[in-house]
Design a protein around this ligand. Sequence first.
Ligand SMILES: Cc1ncc(COP(=O)(O)O)c(C=O)c1O
Length: 385
Amino acid sequence: MVTKRPGLSTRAVHGDLVKRSEWAPIADPIYQSSTFTNPIGSSAEVLYTRYGNNPNQIAIAKRLAALEGAEAAVFVASGMGAAALAHLAVLRPGDHLVSSDWIYGGVRRLFRQEFGRLGIEVTFVSPVETRNWKRALRPNTRAIFVETPTNPLMRVLDLEPLATLSKAEGLALIVDSTFASPINFRPLEYGADIVIHSATKYLNGHSDVIAGVVAGTESLVEEVRKLMQVWGQALDPMAAWLIERGMKTLAVRVDRQNATGMAVASWACTQPGFAAVHYPGLPSHPDHVTARRVLAGFGGMIGVELAGGAQAADRFLRSLRLTAHAPSLGGVETLVSEPRFTSHASLTAEERAQAGIPDGFLRFSLGLEDADDIIGDFAHALAQV
Ligand SMILES: Cc1ncc(COP(=O)(O)O)c(C=O)c1O
């Protein structure tokens, strides 16, 4: 009998679809236990929550692997933990990494401050031209890292030429896919070797957990798991349980955020108070054609530039009534942040302007409120500017 692979929503709700035994709970219990009994004389790995083999940790890893189409996955204590361990699994002292210039500020700090101390060199390149990547390669280059869609300009990268280059040169292609979630984009289908997420964002989706995940082949994930154990990066069972609950609604949340994103962006680009609107669903976005081809939805993240600059942004923020001024993204509540004070605080004003993030830039993470109410909140704030 040929069985059709369950759809993404089904995989989000059920993970890998194991038949339940009689009297089984529909919601898994929390195994809030640091340790477990072992059979006496057994040489099998002991069950210990820091080892990542607690049932709650295993359940979410299987569910995420099923969503990404990966052989395996492992959750860790934060998105930063996932970024660090994914790279440490493939890089050794003396190795060279080529990273996209358009990445989350925390990961940039990790590469700049910490990797040098470990003897790992990092070169940053502007990612849209494949020849930039080729030029940056050295004999000791081992990996390429990109984030897509990017923060906060929502640039959507075409992974296929990068995957071809990586395969030809024997490099690992590592992709941070936090902004898309596996509902909108699955990097492994486009030739990536490793996908990472800050599970703090869409995967959990309720702004109440810090977590990260690395997915890829069984052997790569095993490397990450070993690092997680010795670097003390395991996820707490309660956090794992909350992520499992969050992932069950991932598909409906992201579908709704895609629809709201399109509605809010279409409205925003008609407002003279916004000098620019960055949303891959708009034909004016530089990567609209690529986004249409590779993304299942354009997402719930929007960047805007206030026509009146930093002062206008300040007044706009103070006038919002529904939207909370808070960093982070991917939750059920609409949030707004100013990259110059958050993700891009480590850059100078000139560096930010050069990167296309001038003062007056605001980043919205749209939640699950009615689109009309979100637009109403923004319209009211814009009228006060
Ligand atoms: C794209 C991206 N990657 C990684 C991270 C780091 O995740 P965490 O805060 O869970 O450590 C963030 C956090 O904002 C992010 O936006």
